[in-house]
Design a protein around this ligand. Structure first.
Ligand SMILES: Nc1nc2c(ncn2[C@@H]2O[C@H](COP(=O)(O)OP(=O)(O)O)[C@@H](O)[C@H]2O)c(=O)[nH]1
Ligand SMILES: [Mg+2]
Length: 199
């Protein structure tokens, strides 16, 4: 007697209700959004994760956005997460806003190098203005990236520079080395799910 192969449908991916959640990475150019997404796509289980899509210029700048999806099979439903890393290029605010439309949560990726504090602030203020205009309560988590670099600002300094309120968590990480990225992402997903369930 042969055991039939287990298909995704039998696993319930297509038979249970599907809930979709959109997560956005926002931050100034070269803060590490694409690197964070690359690290996550390597660390998530391949069966739960889509192929990563990157659309960049020849200089490796994100032209439009990067994209990754993964799903979590639950008992009664399947949750599909779409992660979109926006372009950080200053002149592309309209593109950024369009891509972020309908976001259920935002991970703000800050560059912790002191000379980029002003760039971070400009990008963060742009995000706050955008979120305010959407009239939705969207969870935000801040990742103070590049903590591996010498003389970088620690997470509390990054918070102060951004003038972020106490209810927004700020965590240090290094996307390049993968340090603390998963922990930050787990907290981010948790905050988004809490908000999602409350709606
Ligand atoms: N030292 C260090 N470099 C990083 C880190 N994360 C990203 N980078 C580098 O910063 C540059 C820009 O990263 P990228 O992910 O393309 O930034 P994006 O524009 O926000 O998508 C690349 O050269 C990365 O290797 C980090 O945690 N530490
Ligand atoms: Mg990028």
């Amino acid at each position: 007697m042969t055991t039939p192969d287990t298909t995704e449908a039998e696993d319930g991916l297509f038979t249970k209700p599907i809930k979709q959640i959109k997560l956005i990475f926002w931050g100034p150019g070269a803060s590490g959004k694409t690197t964070t997404l690359r690290h996550l796509s390597k660390s998530l289980h391949p069966l739960l994760c889509s192929n990563r899509i990157e659309i960049s210029t020849s200089e490796d700048h994100t032209l439009l956005s990067d994209y990754l999806a993964f799903h979590i099979p639950l008992h009664t439903s399947t949750i599909i997460f779409h992660i979109v890393a926006t372009t950080g290029q200053r002149r592309l605010l309209a593109t950024r806003e369009q891509i972020a439309n309908g976001a259920d949560g935002v991970l703000f990726v800050a560059d912790s190098q002191p000379h980029l504090a002003e760039e971070n602030r400009r990008s963060y203020e742009e995000l706050c203005a955008y979120l305010e205009a959407t009239n939705r309560s969207t969870p935000v988590v801040i990742m103070a990236n590049k903590q591996d670099l010498p003389d970088c600002l620690d997470p509390s300094m990054v918070r102060r520079h951004l003038n972020a309120p106490p209810e927004i968590p700020v965590f240090g990480a290094s996307a390049l080395h993968g340090t603390a990225v998963q922990q930050v992402f787990q907290r981010f997903v948790r905050d988004v799910l809490v908000q999602f369930v409350a709606l």
